[in-house]
Design a protein around this ligand. Structure first.
Ligand code: G
Ligand code: G
Ligand code: MN
Length: 717
């Protein structure tokens, strides 16, 4: 798999959108992609003689799921070492564990980070190639050994070798036959003498045997020769033991190769450091020891610009940089273990440090000897300085930008894997927000928790007194005529002290503390009243969409609430739509299907919001009977500059239309975006270009104005 040779990737995903997106993105990175919709189709494709270099395998699929597919794949010797990446639901530790158990090489959590996908795939392909080359040479070796290093022999009843081939004599280091029993046993590794004697006893009982044991080397007595031996007894007609014959094979090189393969399974091929799996195992062993929980401190060193460096200078240089970093960290650990700095004066605690490469662009240093606060801080500073020091590679001066995240056991996490994720989170957050060089996991999250309390209490007051929660309306525009087709209701909260609060800030809290349902119930009633009032005044508001969280959507009383509001206000059901996200559908597909059917049988429209951000329910799109998909805003941004994005959006529009759905583009901000989206066939626009979310009376006034006079129409064409 050199960068130039085409690499075949098989994408197995039942969601048409994710499949198309993944295939498109990887296709643009010189991969040859085949995409299929189920595990069954994948096996059919493989059965037809196709051999992928890597498989991206979704976990949740109708029919055979990804776990079972991976297990079945691993049973076939041809795919034993094929890199398989499982796509699991976000942050689901159980799925991740299961993925590894059934033989996955790695996992990627959904929603997919599309731009990172090709990097991740390349990284895995490179590790797999090193592994594959070894396996290959191992197989070649087994074949040649069968010809070259196999000796046969026969033995008398007293275990003396009486006849033997040249190869056998070479292996055991004898010049001629006979080879006396004692003479041979002397050369056998002391630990293997008893097992070998037992096998020979079995011969006397008429049983054949097979055994692996070690012999002292002929030329170099310090080296142990590994042999595999099989023996078959010779019995006379009365069943008396006469002796045996068999063959002995020198398998030293194979054993060495196996050791190398085992080594690679636990180590990073670039730096030869322990890999993540190995570190987790080592730490869990330490933590579990003696039943008492051993304190552990983990320092996660994230190299923020390594990926950029690899894009600019190439993989070889990025690998070289990582190797330099690994070497520097090893040196640093030796240094601190011997000569503690003045501050911590506590060198002992560094002696047991464990260093690993956690991921493509990160290292972990773990301490199990509980260094004090000062020592950790001091080491973190040294680690940061070490990683951030410039280096000269192939004539380029490279400076990496490290961020260190620190987490502790037992304060910050329950187990080793969680501890590392916590430390990673801290480091990544610092890198994303240009935060501090060294950051600690904050177990209390004091400020955040306090703010939550304030919001929760405030929401209860807002619901009781009214007037603080305000529905805003953002018009939805026909992409072809510019007419207002309706609006999406976006809640705003005017907090008496905190000012205007975004729903992105308070809706998640309302969901957590069980306030989302009363809010939704109130909002449904209130919006129906407004729409009915407008109609009574001769204004046609169009279809009004309300966002529903999972908690509200699955609430058994949702339909009663809607029915009651419609009856009370006399509004027609067709005036109302609900917007759901993919994650809502994913929570419980069966129930979701029923609720959707109930809503639509009343005449309400159902819209799928934030489409394309990648959860696992998309594959069931067909069976959900919805009316509309809204392409997530993230796909619309940069539409102008980015060919890839255009291809993705085009694929989503095509898919929507193929399923008979209206396709809405949300977050349309520029005339250029609108023009492109129109060309792609988008049906409906929503975005700042046309109108921002506005208070109810403004929206009513807008509907009242003649279409050509409305300010929003300016954005049209
Ligand atoms: O308007 P805007 O930026 O700030 O909305 C942020 C998020 O809050 C959006 O994802 C939107 O779907 C969600 N949201 C807005 N109003 C409501 C509501 O009434 N109910 C629910 N569940 N979500 C809402
Ligand atoms: O998740 P949902 O699609 O319900 O949320 C819509 C969100 O998008 C709201 O927060 C709304 O304020 C915001 N929004 C609507 N139009 C635009 C736009 O043109 N640009 C940006 N940046 N946000 C928008
Ligand atoms: Mn929405």
């Amino acid at each position: 798999m050199s960068e130039s040779a085409p690499t075949a990737i098989l994408v197995v995903d039942d969601e048409p959108v994710m499949r198309t997106i993944t295939a498109t993105v990887l296709g643009q990175h010189q991969f040859v992609v085949t995409a299929v919709a189920s595990a069954e189709e994948a096996f059919e494709w493989i059965g037809a003689g196709n051999q992928p270099d890597l498989i991206l395998l979704d976990v949740l699929m109708p029919g055979m799921n990804g776990f079972d597919a991976c297990r079945r794949l691993r049973q076939n010797a041809k795919f034993e070492h094929l890199p398989v990446i499982m796509l699991t639901a976000l942050d689901d530790q159980a799925s991740i564990d299961e993925a590894y158990r059934c033989g996955a090489t790695d996992f990627i959590t959904k929603p997919l980070n599309i731009p990172l996908l090709p990097h991740r795939v390349r990284y895995l392909l490179r590790s797999a190639r090193v592994f594959g080359e070894l396996v290959h040479s191992q197989l070649a070796l087994i074949n040649t050994q069968q010809i070259a290093h196999l000796g046969n022999w026969s033995m008398d009843a007293a275990d003396n070798i009486v006849t033997a081939s040249r190869e056998y004599l070479d292996i055991v280091g004898a010049l001629t036959t006979p080879v006396r029993a004692g003479q041979l046993l002397e050369r056998v590794h002391p630990e293997d003498r008893i097992p070998l004697a037992r096998r020979r006893d079995e011969l006397r009982a008429g049983q054949s045997y097979r055994i692996d044991y070690r012999l002292r080397g002929r030329t170099n007595p310090q080296v142990w020769v590994h042999v595999h031996e099989r023996g078959f007894p010779h019995l006379d007609a009365q069943g008396r033991y006469l002796g045996a014959e068999g063959f002995t094979q020198n398998i030293s090189e194979r054993v060495a190769q196996e050791e190398r393969i085992r080594y690679l399974a636990w180590h990073d091929p670039v730096t030869e450091l322990n890999n993540r799996a190995r570190l987790i195992e080592l730490l869990e062993r330490d933590i579990g020891e003696g039943g008492v929980q051993q304190p552990v401190t983990v320092l996660f060193g994230h190299l923020a610009n390594l990926r950029e460096c690899s894009t600019v200078f190439g993989h070889a240089l990025a690998d070289a940089a990582v190797r330099v970093m690994a070497g520097r960290l090893q040196t640093l650990l030796v240094q601190v273990a011997h000569e503690a700095c003045a501050d911590c004066a506590d060198a002992g605690c560094f002696a047991s440090a464990k260093l690993a490469r956690y991921d493509e662009d990160s290292f972990i240093v773990a301490f199990t000897d509980a260094p004090g606060e000062n020592a950790v801080r001091c080491f973190a500073q040294l680690m940061h300085a070490t990683l951030g020091k410039p280096m000269l590679l192939h004539g380029e001066e490279i400076t990496l930008k490290p961020f260190i995240g620190i987490a502790r056991l037992p304060e910050d996490a329950e187990g080793a894997a969680e501890l590392m994720r916590r430390a990673m989170l801290v480091a990544l957050r610092a890198a994303d927000t240009e935060g501090g060089d060294i950051s600690y996991f904050d177990p209390a999250h004091d400020r955040e928790a306090a703010r939550r309390m304030q919001i929760e209490r405030g929401l209860r007051v807002a619901l009781e007194h009214g007037g603080q929660l305000l529905p805003y309306f953002q018009p939805k525009i026909c992409a072809h005529t510019g007419r207002i087709l309706g609006a999406e209701v976006l809640l705003r909260w005017r907090h008496p002290e905190l000012g205007l609060i975004s729903p992105a800030d308070f809706i998640p809290i309302a969901e957590e503390v069980g306030l989302i349902h009363p809010i939704s119930e109130w909002l449904i009633g209130h919006v129906c009243e407004l729409a009915a009032d407008w109609q009574a005044a001769g204004v046609q508001p169009g279809v009004i969409s309300i966002n529903l969280s999972a908690e509200s959507f699955f609430r058994p009383t949702l339909l009663q609430t809607i029915d009651a509001a419609l009856v009370r206000t006399g509004l027609e059901a067709g005036q109302l739509a609900v917007e759901l996200t993919e994650s809502v559908l994913m929570q419980n597909a069966e129930t979701a299907r029923q609720v959707i059917a109930n809503l639509r049988s009343r005449g309400l429209r159902v819209s799928l919001d934030d489409f394309g951000t990648g959860f696992s329910s998309l594959g069931y799109l067909n069976s959900f009977e919805i009316d509309e998909i809204k392409i997530d805003r993230s796909f619309i941004v940069n539409l102008g500059e980015d060919d890839k994005r255009r291809a993705l959006v085009q694929a989503i529009v095509a898919l929507g239309h193929a399923l008979g759905l209206d396709v809405v583009a949300e977050g349309v901000e520029t005339a250029g975006q609108a023009e492109r989206l129109r060309q792609m066939g988008c049906d409906i626009f929503q975005g700042f270009l046309f109108a921002r979310p506005m208070p109810a009376d403004q929206f009513c006034a807008l509907r009242l104005a003649p279409e050509s006079a409305g300010g929003f129409v300016e954005g049209f064409r």
